[in-house]
Design a protein around this ligand. Structure first.
Ligand code: ADP
Ligand code: ADP
Length: 227
């Protein structure tokens, strides 16, 4: 469970990204942060893995303030997927995914087996494993990004506009795939998007943010008020 308690963030240049945000992302749910550009979605997400620290309030992971955690240790329990996948260009697709289990201390052989299974799981042909990221379509790269985020067995996944750079048809496919994976895996997912339809489709709960960094609504998708 991820809990934001009265979280505020002012960047050193004085920009106030968030004001007193409180919400809870429950275990096993997809909690979506949605809102226009600049409303503080990415800032909120990055507070969970301490890429950003709040200037007021607290972020708790399973009841413990992440402010007290070593960032490197914290991040081992948190998968992170960004737009354009952020893959290592000079490693094959298989090695991009296998890197994570290797970092966690598994043998290279074991890691590659895990990676191959995950590539299949996200709907990729095993043969793409030997290719390099630049040889893949945008949609395929995003699938690899999701596979890599799952490779650490992290109970928490942070996903920042993971499907925004691909065309609508591929995006719908990726959304289906994520819902399918999630029904198997039950991770705690915080998902950022500026697309309200995507938020409604994926979210167990949807947090609607406003420019200025305040929470307009936090509700089940079916309960969202149009405003
Ligand atoms: P359960 O109580 O079995 O977890 P639900 O997840 O369906 O059942 O949620 C029950 C109630 O709690 C619903 O009314 C829903 O709006 C609310 N709810 C669900 N998730 C959250 C959440 N992350 N934060 C706040 N309220 C939530
Ligand atoms: P979103 O993800 O919703 O687009 P962000 O969290 O990226 O919003 O940004 C929220 C606000 O904080 C914006 O006004 C943005 O310009 C500002 N901001 C983000 N990162 C920084 C930074 N490192 N320094 C100063 N301002 C920042």
């Amino acid at each position: 469970m991820i809990e934001f308690r009265d979280v505020g963030k002012a960047y050193p240049d004085g920009t106030v990204a968030l004001r007193s945000l409180s919400l809870t992302a429950r275990e096993g749910q997809i909690t979506v942060l949605v809102g226009p550009s600049g409303c503080g979605k990415t800032t909120t997400l990055r507070m969970v893995n301490r890429m950003v620290d709040p200037t007021s309030g607290q972020v708790l992971l399973d009841g413990a303030d992440v402010g007290g955690r070593d960032p490197a240790a914290l991040r081992r329990g948190i998968g992170y997927v960004i737009q354009n996948a952020g893959l290592f260009p000079h490693r094959t697709v298989l090695d991009n995914v296998a890197t994570v289990p290797v970092l966690l201390g598994r043998s290279r052989r074991e890691a590659r087996t895990t990676a191959a299974e995950l590539l299949e799981r996200v709907g990729l042909d095993p043969r793409v494993g030997s290719r390099y990221p630049a040889q893949l379509s945008g949609g395929q790269q995003q699938r690899v990004g999701v596979a890599r985020a799952l490779a650490g067995d992290a109970p928490v996944l942070l996903m920042d506009e993971p499907f925004s750079a691909v065309d609508p048809v591929v995006r719908a496919d990726l959304q289906d795939e994520l819902l399918r994976l999630q029904s198997d895996l039950g991770r705690t997912i915080l998902f950022v998007t500026h697309d309200i339809d995507e938020a409604i489709r994926l979210g167990d709960m949807v947090a609607v943010l406003r420019v200025g960094g305040t929470l307009a609504q936090f509700a089940h998708p079916a309960e969202l008020l149009s405003s």
